[in-house]
Write a protein of this length. Structure first.
Length: 411
């Protein structure tokens, strides 16, 4: 076994360390839950205050023109596009992830009307499956949601598949699909490829253009740090944009929304995928949070992500051996996102004990403790310290208390 790298040396060489000061993380907290909700940034806090006081407060309705509210979904969409390998004009910010899944999937199914299968896998985020199932039932045209094991997706792609709908990174384990390979396989079979980037965007390089993806969705509140309930984004491959007609058509996707025509004429380009009025204050927070990615290459974020994850796995397995932990994330970083998950029979209580000690991760049923690694604000020292706290909790059994076993509404 090679000698473990020096933690202090890794942090000393960290080119992203100067970004930490922009995040308002409470003292005494090691935050390993950015894969569920990113922390508040100084810029987002200040931008919201400005949007409330100087824009909404001072401009009132004039803010739609004078503060640029009306065009913000496209402008912010292009900023996200840079992070996911999408050209300008192919990403827009709109609605939430579930609604965007519905819009993109309904548009994709209409483009493959003779086919009836939506192919997904058992590692997909459940809401995507709920949306797909409800859409299939609601269309009443004989569509079927076919769910296979993640490793069986490639073999399941055949000429009955209309849309392959996958989440790139498994929300529970962090396992990562090969987007390019599976998209190519879907295209060979005549199917469209739709990807959920909720656990990808902002965490590592994504290349929607290079992969040939047809549709993609993602959320703004995880690694993009846009705040709770931040608006989501969606992508449509440029060559398809003039052909897509989502099942939901709203006035913000109309070619001339303020003409107030009774008939619907879709806007040219990605804008036709918008539906309702954008959430201006939340959009302002997301826009400001994206400033932290300016001047940063996603390759640098990915390199640090791998280093943080490897450090955590090594330290946990070194310090916690014999205490019932089982790594459920892929050991190979090439097929792992920016999170590490360990299973434990008392995983919920152990996680609550960790949170009480200032190490914040989360839990996913039935027994998975999730730890997310956001390179813009985490250090190797914090990651090693988190592993040490976990080891102490397991060694002392301090997790075994009634208050740590009581299930909260959000886990």
């Amino acid at each position: 076994m090679s000698e473990a790298p020096d933690i202090e040396a890794l942090d000393a060489e960290d080119a992203l360390a100067n970004r930490r000061a922009d995040f308002l993380i409470p003292g005494g907290v090691i935050y390993l839950d950015g894969n569920s909700l990113g922390p508040l940034t100084v810029r987002a806090r200040d931008r919201i205050a400005c949007a409330v006081t100087d824009e909404w407060g001072a401009m009132l309705i004039r803010g739609w023109n004078e503060a640029g509210w009306f065009h913000a979904p496209q402008r912010v969409g292009d900023r996200i596009g840079r992070l996911v390998g999408a050209p300008p004009g192919s990403v827009t910010v709109a609605d939430n992830t579930s609604t965007n899944v519905f819009k993109c999937l309904s548009a994709a199914l209409a483009m493959r009307a003779s086919r009836k299968v939506i192919l997904s896998d058992s590692g997909n985020f459940p809401t995507d499956l709920y949306i797909a199932s409800g859409l299939a039932d609601g269309l009443g045209q004989g569509h079927e949601l076919r769910i296979v094991a993640p490793e069986a997706v490639k073999a399941a792609i055949d000429d009955s598949v209309a849309v392959m709908m996958l989440t790139e990174v498994d929300y529970r384990t962090g396992r990562r699909h090969d987007m390019k390979r599976l998209t190519a396989k879907a295209h060979e079979a005549g199917a469209l490829a739709m990807w959920d980037l909720a656990h990808s965007a902002g965490a590592f390089e994504v290349d929607l253009t290079g992969a040939g993806a047809d549709f993609a969705v993602g959320c703004g509140y995880k690694y993009l740090n846009g705040g709770p309930g931040a608006p989501a984004f969606l992508y449509v491959r440029p060559e398809l944009q003039e052909h897509v007609r989502p099942l939901i058509a709203g006035w913000m996707g109309h070619a001339a929304p303020f003409a107030f025509d009774l008939g619907y004429t879709p806007l040219e380009g990605i804008g036709r995928m918008r539906v309702g009025t954008p959430p201006v204050l939340s959009l302002a927070a997301l826009d400001a949070a994206l400033d932290l990615f300016d001047g940063v290459e996603m390759a640098a974020i990915r390199a640090k992500s791998v280093s943080l994850c490897e450090t955590f796995i090594r330290e946990v397995e070194r310090l916690c051996a014999g205490h019932g932990l089982r790594l459920v994330s892929p050991r190979d970083p090439e097929i792992r996102g920016s999170q590490v998950s360990f299973a434990h029979t008392e995983g919920y209580a152990v996680m609550q004990a960790l949170i009480a000690r200032g190490v914040i991760g989360d839990f996913r049923a039935p027994d998975v403790m999730r730890f997310g690694f956001a390179p813009l604000y985490l250090s190797h020292r914090e990651v090693a310290a988190a592993a040490a706290v976990l080891a102490e909790i397991l060694e002392t059994g301090s997790w075994d208390r009634p208050e740590f076993r009581a299930r909260a509404a959000v886990t």
